[in-house]
Unconditional design. Sequence first.
Length: 235
Amino acid sequence: MDYQDQLLERQDGRYYAIGKVGTGLGSIATEELLKENVVSFGLPSGPALFLHLAYRAYVKIKDVEPLSFFNHHDQGIWPDDQGLLFDFFENFISHSVYYFTALEAFANESIPENFKYVFIVEKTGQERTYDKNEIERKVNLDEKLDKIFPTIYSVPSPKGKKVWEHYKQMKKVRDRIIHLKSIDQKASGIKDETIWGTMLRMHDKPLCDFAYEVIGYFEPAISRRWYKKYPYGKA
């Protein structure tokens, strides 16, 4: 390993872009005004930050035994300390929100500047064209992954593949958390499907790794340093 490789190896894995330049290293950097001081720093990768946040939350819950939150009493089983259970729910929520945000960040940053998306509007049959900005704002993630990215990167749609099944699992859990139902905010029984039961039963599902897998299905992710460095050696 040469000197530049050694330097690069010591750098954080979440850089958006960093590599060998001249006899040292160079990265895409940004400047910000902070209390009348101009500070500069290497630009972080949005997907990498969110993947790391999701992974850190997952590490806190994956090996937990959910029954350990509950205590046996003569009248039934419930937690003596509700706080520990609520902490668990918060970590699961963080895991879910962050892995999906990583996918959305990757999707938006990966659309080429001059790319045009041509499609037919179902209701009217008219042809429409979206530029990058419109794609980011108006096209949902399902369509980006199924229609737009395969066109951009010349790969088959992930639909029908294992990676798409994983994506559907992730989306279902995330949507269920973001859009709580009335059943989640009232007294319920064991026959009711609540988000709380889902979280208790799915605590060890590596959904952040599923998000990483979806990102890696498309180029140019797998060639990026931040992708290769996941989960960044930190929990």
